[in-house]
Design a binder for this molecule. Structure first.
Ligand SMILES: Cc1cc2nc3c(=O)[nH]c(=O)nc-3n(C[C@H](O)[C@H](O)[C@H](O)COP(=O)(O)OP(=O)(O)OC[C@H]3O[C@@H](n4cnc5c(N)ncnc54)[C@H](O)[C@@H]3O)c2cc1C
Length: 393
């Protein structure tokens, strides 16, 4: 573990306890999630009943420590839950994943008062939110953000715009990355992270109409002389924001990798079923070599994505440095999701294009996994740099 690593480690669950938890989630997916996916996805409807059920299961506190009201799940169990739900409906996992990025920032870097004040209500789902980093001019280059926070007595006054923020409409509190010293050099030293609940001066702009990842709201957030107490500065010290905002990235990447695994496995499941019932030339298409080649590649890819993801999650739970492993898992699993969903589309033939079949959703949802938590272009560069650093000549 790094000397400054503040990761909270959770012990592995006893196998029977983990199996019971996963069984409960599997039953819930069958009974309450699968029947409503298509209607919600096509209508871009926010899944209120599902959010309520996820709160009842404790998913909004999945990785928050029990002392603050969470389930304190290890990364391995968390990734199993995320991949299982994602293999049926990836978008709903974003509702608690993005929220947990806020909670993780508070638990890892917040003061004891901040943890006691915010974490129990985040864990129960009473307050839900997300992570507000991206701005219209700054995504990959986070240090280029322009939102500022200026100290005024016991408050800070914040001005700026955030964009693409998950849970932006239905969430009520965000980890907000700002510049407290816009002239700092290097730029990251002038960045700070705040716990920002909605209030006067904090408004929601447009909701994005997206290709996929429907039902979870992505929105622009606007800050006009938004005033918050200095007590909301995470950790209480200015200049730590860049490190705090990116400090949760290992878990964030494991989480995106788990979603990729779910999408890759879900696409495989749908294609496998279809290939055995659809016939051409007098036999199921699964007996044609062209389809066998596709299925053979898809199952191998899904399996490799799963192994890389759980390799990273296990390293995380052991407290080892795993930024490169999490990056490799995120990169590979998200590309596996894209490739498997595309191959499944081909296996479905013309019916892939019908919205009566589900495979088109996987195809629309998968590409997002290549963009979030660091684009796959950046991911490969970061993996390479870490690899070389670990292997000096
Ligand atoms: C559905 C959705 C949900 C999102 N949710 C959130 C959220 O909750 N919170 C939040 O803060 N953000 C969120 N985002 C934003 C997301 O994190 C950014 O889109 C992502 O970081 C990429 O930034 P960008 O879109 O500005 O692309 P850019 O940074 O403009 O990148 C464009 C292209 O250039 C490449 N590129 C950029 N810089 C380099 C470089 N130095 N070297 C090589 N290649 C480079 C990128 O890889 C990419 O291919 C969300 C986005 C989407 C689409």
């Amino acid at each position: 573990m790094n000397s400054h690593d503040t990761r909270k480690l959770s012990a592995a669950l006893p196998p029977e306890e983990e199996a019971a938890l996963l069984e409960t989630i599997a039953r819930w997916i069958d009974k309450d999630v699968r029947p409503v996916v298509i209607e919600h996805d096509h209508g871009d409807i926010w899944p209120e009943a599902i959010v309520k059920q996820m709160a009842e299961f404790g998913l909004f506190g999945a990785v928050i420590s029990p002392e603050y009201g969470g389930l304190g799940l290890p990364a391995v169990t968390y990734a199993k839950i995320v991949s299982m739900i994602s293999s049926y409906w990836m978008a709903v996992t974003g509702i608690f994943n993005s929220h947990l990025m806020l909670a993780v920032a508070i638990e890892r870097f917040g003061t004891e008062e901040q943890k006691r004040e915010w974490l129990p209500r985040l864990a129960s789902g009473e307050i839900r939110g997300g992570l507000a980093l991206t701005e219209p001019n700054a995504g990959t280059d986070l240090q280029a953000i322009r939102t500022t926070a200026v100290r005024d007595g016991d408050d800070y006054v914040i001005n700026g715009t955030k964009t693409w923020i998950s849970n932006g409409i239905h969430g009520s509190c965000f980890a907000l990355l700002v510049k407290t010293d816009p002239s700092a050099d290097p730029r990251y030293k002038g960045m700070s992270l705040f716990i920002a609940p909605k209030g006067e001066g904090f408004s929601v702009g447009k909701k994005f109409d997206k290709l996929g990842y429907k039902s979870i709201d992505s929105a622009e957030l606007q800050f006009d002389d938004y005033r918050i107490p200095a007590a909301n500065l995470i950790g209480g010290v200015e200049g730590q924001g860049f490190f705090q905002a990116t400090g949760g990235l290992e878990l964030g990447r494991i989480n995106v990798a788990a979603r990729g695994v779910g999408l890759a496995e879900g696409s495989l499941r749908l294609a496998t079923e279809y290939a055995q019932v659809r016939e051409s030339m007098g036999k199921p298409i699964a007996e044609h070599q062209a389809i066998q080649l596709k299925l053979g590649e898809m199952v191998t890819r899904a399996r490799a994505a799963r192994l890389l993801t759980f390799d990273a999650a296990e390293a995380y739970d052991r407290g080892e440095r795993c930024d490169m492993e999490a990056g490799m898992a995120k990169y590979f699993a998200s590309e596996a999701a894209v490739r498997n969903s595309e191959e499944a589309m081909r296996i479905f033939g013309g019916y892939a294009y019908s919205k009566e079949f589900e495979i088109e959703r996987y195809y629309r949802d998968a590409l997002l996994m290549c963009i979030g938590e660091g684009t796959n272009e950046m991911q490969r560069i970061i993996i390479s740099k870490q690899w070389v650093k670990r292997n000096p000549a």
